[in-house]
Design a binder for this molecule. Structure first.
Ligand code: SF4
Ligand code: SF4
Length: 242
């Protein structure tokens, strides 16, 4: 873990939830319009934008704009069994293997004679199908939490993001944020870090920036903050989780 200084950039914590749903709806609406007008490669544009955004703000695309994420959160959540994902499927090597195979298949498709418009539709279809099946069998964002290839890439890139969600020393270890998190306990390690060291700690880079934990924390201990790298023994440090 690295020690970093932070500056809170958060205003009104309720405003995040007020803004997020319309943003998700805009993401879905634009996707629908692109499909209606047969601009199928829009989804690659979406994904590349998400990858660039993750360099600064982590998986903000997943939480705020991804049409599949919005479908899982607002549609599949209505019929999800809400069970835990098997531990094997949570292992990093599983998601990075899936990502490698996914990228290899994508490159092979581009190099093949298959009609170009089929590729983005196949990508979209496979993502929505996998997300829906996993969301129905386990919990709505199970696919996003551990298995989406685009999410895995954003998680990797987002480890060095300047904008982080941070838990500070006001935390009382009630674990309300851990229970509220839609992607399987992303704040847990940070809560434990703060409990142990009383230093602020950034959330896991799996975090999709949905800000539900920020809204629910009774101690106002969770903040959106920019981080500036400092030496390991700098005052006011933040530990960035993997
Ligand atoms: S909800 Fe707030 S006080 Fe409770 S464990 Fe999470 S950060 Fe700490
Ligand atoms: S850690 Fe907080 S902001 Fe990140 S996904 Fe979980 S609830 Fe949302």
């Amino acid at each position: 873990m690295k020690a970093l200084a932070t500056r809170s950039v958060m205003g009104n914590k309720e405003s995040f939830q007020l803004a997020r749903k319309p943003m998700q709806m805009i993401g879905m609406l634009l996707a629908g319009l692109f499909i209606a007008f047969k601009v199928y490669f829009f989804n690659l544009l979406y994904v590349v934008s998400g990858l660039f955004a993750s360099a600064y703000a982590g998986r903000v695309y997943c939480g705020w704009f991804c049409p599949n994420g919005a479908w899982l959160e607002h549609g599949v959540s209505r019929f999800s069994r809400r069970k835990g994902l098997p531990d094997t499927l949570k292992k990093p090597w599983v998601r990075y293997s899936i990502t490698a195979v996914f990228l290899a298949v994508l490159i092979a498709l581009f190099l093949s004679d298959v009609k170009r418009w089929i590729i983005p539709l196949a990508v979209m279809g496979s993502m929505v199908l996998a997300g829906t099946v996993l969301g129905a069998l386990f919990y709505p964002r199970a696919f996003c939490a551990y298995l989406c290839p685009w999410g895995a890439m954003q998680t990797l890139i987002g480890r060095r993001a300047k904008l982080q969600v941070v838990i500070d020393s006001n935390c009382r270890s009630c674990f309300a944020c851990v229970k509220a998190c839609p992607i399987d306990k992303a704040p847990e390690q940070a809560v434990l870090n703060v409990k142990q060291t009383r230093d602020a700690s950034a959330l896991s880079s799996r975090c999709i920036r949905c800000m539900k934990c920020v809204s629910i924390c009774p101690s106002n201990a969770i903040h959106l903050a920019t981080v500036v790298q400092k030496s390991a023994n700098a005052g006011g440090s933040v530990q960035v989780g993997a």
